[in-house]
Unconditional design. Structure first.
Length: 174
C-alpha cells in the first residue's frame, strides 16, 4: 500500500512539474480582439446582461442564432448577424454596450465604451483542451438605454386619455 501511495505521489508531482494541472489564465483563453479591436474578457458560466450590470439584454432566437435579422422587443429596432458558427459580425440600429458570447462552460464579454452600432469577428472563448475556439452557444446584446416605445403606441395612449377626458367632461356637465 505504501508503494502505491509513493508511486501516485511521484506521478502527481511529475504532472504538476510539467504543467499538467496548471490553472488556465482567463486572459489567455478569451482569444483575439474583435474587428473593432475590443479585447474580450472571460466570465465563468452563463451570465446575462443584467447579471453583468447592464439594464437590458436581448438574445436572438434560436440559439445559436443563424445569420439574419432579429427584432428587439420594441418591434422596430433590429440587429443583423452574419455567422459561420464560430465567428460572427453584427450591426444594430441601437447602441450596444456589450455583447456576451457563450461557448463551452464560459462566456466572452466584448464591452464597448462608447456604445457601438457594429463589430466584426466576435467569438466564444478558447477551449484550453485543444486551443480551438468553442462553437457559439448563444449571443446576448446588452444595452442601457430603453428601447423607445413605438410612436403608434404613444399616439394610441394619448388618444385614449383624450377620450377618457372628454367623457369625464360630459359626465361632469350633466
Amino acid at each position: 500500500m505504501k508503494k502505491i501511495l509513493t508511486c501516485l505521489s511521484i506521478a502527481l508531482f511529475s504532472l504538476l512539474l510539467i504543467g499538467g494541472f496548471a490553472p488556465v489564465n482567463a486572459s489567455t483563453i478569451a482569444g483575439l480582439p474583435s474587428g473593432n479591436g475590443i479585447q474580450p474578457y472571460v466570465v465563468g458560466g452563463n451570465p446575462s446582461a443584467v447579471d453583468l450590470g447592464y439594464d437590458f439584454g436581448f438574445k436572438p432566437q434560436p440559439e445559436p442564432p443563424p445569420s439574419g435579422f432579429y427584432t428587439f422587443p420594441d418591434g422596430i429596432n433590429t440587429v443583423s448577424i452574419s455567422s459561420d458558427g464560430t465567428f460572427f459580425d453584427w450591426a444594430s440600429t441601437i447602441g450596444i454596450a456589450a455583447v456576451i458570447v457563450k461557448g463551452g462552460p464560459n462566456s466572452n464579454v466584448f464591452e464597448y465604451n462608447p456604445d457601438s452600432f457594429a463589430d466584426t469577428l466576435l467569438h466564444a472563448p478558447i477551449n484550453p483542451n485543444n486551443n480551438m475556439l468553442y462553437d457559439l452557444s448563444h449571443i446576448e446584446f446588452a444595452y442601457n438605454t430603453p428601447v423607445p416605445v413605438p410612436a403608434p403606441i404613444l399616439l394610441l395612449g394619448s388618444g385614449l386619455i383624450g377620450i377618457i377626458g372628454l367623457r369625464r367632461r360630459k359626465i361632469m356637465q350633466k
